[in-house]
Write a protein that binds this ligand. Structure first.
Ligand SMILES: [Zn+2]
Length: 437
C-alpha cells in the first residue's frame, strides 16, 4: 500500500495519463525535452552526475555515455536517495555475483508499474487469473508483477516453488487445482522444471488446461524455447519483458508475441559503432538508455551493453519500435573457434530436439566441446541416434561447429534451471572442464 497520500495519488494519475496518451506511439521532441530535463535535474543530486551543469538538449547529446561497468562497480555513487530514505530496498546479483544495492522511491514504483501494466493490458484481459512463480525476496521482479496485477485488477497468487518452508511443487499443484490460473509468470528455468515434473506425473495436460499464456521473465529466453514450451502447454509463451533492475523495464511483449520498446518511459539511443545517436527507425547496435521516470537512481545515457535489432511493422499496430535483444557481446563464448550465443545454441537445442534442458561442457582452451541434453519427457530412446545427427547438422549450419560429443542424460544439475532471477547463461548452462577425458 504505497498510495496513501494525495501526493502519491497525483503521481499515479500523472503517470496513467502520460503513459496512456502515448500508448503505441513514439512521443515528440517536446515531450523528450521536458522529460529529459527532469531526469537531468534528479541525476544532479547523485555524486556521479553532480558536476554536469544545467540541462540543455545540446549538453545532453554531449554528455559521455555512462558505462554499465561504472554503475556496477559503484552503484551508490549513482543514487540520488540513500537506501534508508527509499520506499523499497532491493538488491540484485548480476553475472559477477556481487550484490547491487537498489533503493526505489514510491515514484519509481508507480511509474514503472503503470508503464508495464498499460503495455501488458491486452495480455491480461478480463477474467485472467495469474500465478507468479517468481522470487519475492530481495529482488524486485515478483513485486513488479504483483503491482501490475493489482493495477489491472487481475486476481493473483505468488507461489515461488523454491520458497523453503512455504511453497514447493506439491503445494503449487494444490493451489493450481483450486485457483485454475490462466496466466503463468515464471523464469524460463522454473517453467522447464515445472513442465518436466508435471509430465513425469502425467499431469501436464490437466494442469495446463486452464493456462492460456506463459509470461517468461527474469532470464534470457529464446524464440525456439518459447515455441517448444508453448507446444507442451498448448498455450502462448511470451518473452514478457526486457530490462534490468538498474534501468527499469525497457520493452514489453505485445499480443503478437513481439517486444516493443516503451518510448514514453525511456529515451532510447542506438550505438551502431560511431557513438550513441537518437533512434531513426530500423537498425542494429548497442542500446543506450535514459530512464525518464527514475528517481532513486537516475541514469543518463546508460550504455546497456546489449546488442539489439530494431524494426517495425508489427501487426498489433503499435508504432513503438519492435526490439530483438541479442544480449551482450561479452556473454558470447568462443568454442572451437566458433562464437556461440545463447540464442544460437537454443535455436539448435529446442529447435531440433525435445530436450528439456542443456549444458555445454568445454575445456578451458576452447578446443573440446560436449553438449549434454536432458531427455525430454516424451523421449524415444531409439530415436536418440537420429536426434544426435540432427543436432550435429543443425550446429554445423547455425553455429559453424561440430560437437565432439552429443550426449542425452536423464537429468541435469539444478543450476541449469533454478531460475533464481537474472542469472547468467555462462554460469548456468556452461561448465568449464580442466580435462574431460
Ligand atoms: Zn506488436
Amino acid at each position: 500500500m504505497i498510495l496513501h497520500t494525495e501526493e502519491r495519488f497525483a503521481v499515479l494519475r500523472a503517470a496513467q495519463h502520460e503513459i496512456r496518451s502515448h500508448q503505441g506511439r513514439v512521443p515528440d521532441d517536446g515531450f523528450y525535452e521536458r522529460k529529459l530535463a527532469g531526469a537531468w535535474d534528479r541525476a544532479r543530486r547523485s555524486d556521479a552526475y553532480r558536476g554536469i551543469g544545467e540541462f540543455s538538449p545540446a549538453r545532453f547529446r554531449e554528455l559521455p555515455v555512462t558505462p554499465r561497468e561504472s554503475l556496477k562497480e559503484r552503484p551508490l555513487h549513482y543514487a540520488a536517495v540513500p537506501p534508508d530514505q527509499a520506499a523499497k530496498y532491493y538488491e540484485t546479483t548480476g553475472t559477477t555475483g556481487t550484490p547491487t544495492p537498489t533503493p526505489r522511491t514510491a515514484e519509481d514504483t508507480i511509474w514503472n508499474t503503470v508503464s508495464v501494466a498499460e503495455a501488458w493490458r491486452p495480455l491480461l484481459a478480463e477474467g485472467a487469473r495469474a500465478v507468479v512463480l517468481l522470487p519475492s525476496d530481495i529482488v524486485p521482479v515478483a513485486d513488479l508483477v504483483v503491482g501490475v496485477c493489482e493495477y489491472l485488477d487481475v486476481p493473483h497468487i505468488r507461489a515461488y516453488p523454491f520458497a523453503t518452508g512455504i511453497s514447493d511443487w506439491g503445494r503449487l499443484a494444490a493451489v493450481w487445482r483450486t485457483f485454475r490460473p490462466t496466466v503463468v509468470f515464471a523464469a524460463p528455468g522454473v517453467a522447464l522444471q515445472f513442465t518436466r515434473l508435471l509430465a513425469q506425473r502425467g499431469e501436464l495436460a490437466e494442469t495446463g488446461a486452464s493456462v492460456e499464456r506463459l509470461m517468461l521473465l527474469g532470464e534470457v529466453n529464446t524464440a525456439p524455447y518459447r515455441r517448444r514450451l508453448g507446444e507442451w502447454w498448448n498455450a502462448e509463451a511470451h518473452d514478457a519483458s526486457y530490462g534490468s533492475t538498474e534501468t527499469g523495464t525497457l520493452a514489453a511483449s505485445c499480443r503478437e508475441g513481439r517486444q516493443h520498446l516503451l518510448p514514453a518511459a525511456t529515451y532510447f539511443e542506438l550505438d551502431a559503432g560511431d557513438g550513441a545517436v537518437p533512434l531513426t527507425g530500423a537498425g542494429d547496435g548497442r542500446l543506450v538508455v535514459t530512464p525518464l521516470n527514475a528517481h532513486a537512481r537516475p541514469l543518463l545515457r546508460l550504455d546497456t551493453g546489449d546488442e539489439v535489432s530494431l524494426g517495425g511493422g508489427c501487426p498489433c499496430g503499435s508504432a513503438a519500435p519492435v526490439v530483438t535483444v541479442h544480449g551482450r557481446a561479452a556473454d558470447g563464448l568462443l568454442v572451437k573457434g566458433a562464437p556461440l550465443s545463447v540464442r544460437a545454441v537454443e535455436e539448435v537445442v529446442y529447435g531440433v530436439t525435445e530436450a528439456t534442458g542443456y549444458l555445454l561442457e568445454v575445456d578451458r582452451a576452447g578446443g573440446y566441446a560436449r553438449l549434454l541434453l536432458e531427455r525430454g519427457f516424451r523421449a524415444d530412446r531409439d530415436g536418440e541416434g537420429t536426434a544426435r545427427e540432427r543436432v550435429q547438422r543443425s550446429s554445423g549450419e547455425l553455429l559453424g561447429l561440430r560437437w565432439d560429443e552429443v550426449v542425452f542424460v536423464n537429468s541435469l544439475p539444478a543450476t541449469t534451471k533454478s531460475g533464481a532471477s537474472q542469472k547468467s547463461w555462462k554460469r548456468s548452462n556452461i561448465r568449464h572442464l580442466e580435462t574431460v577425458r
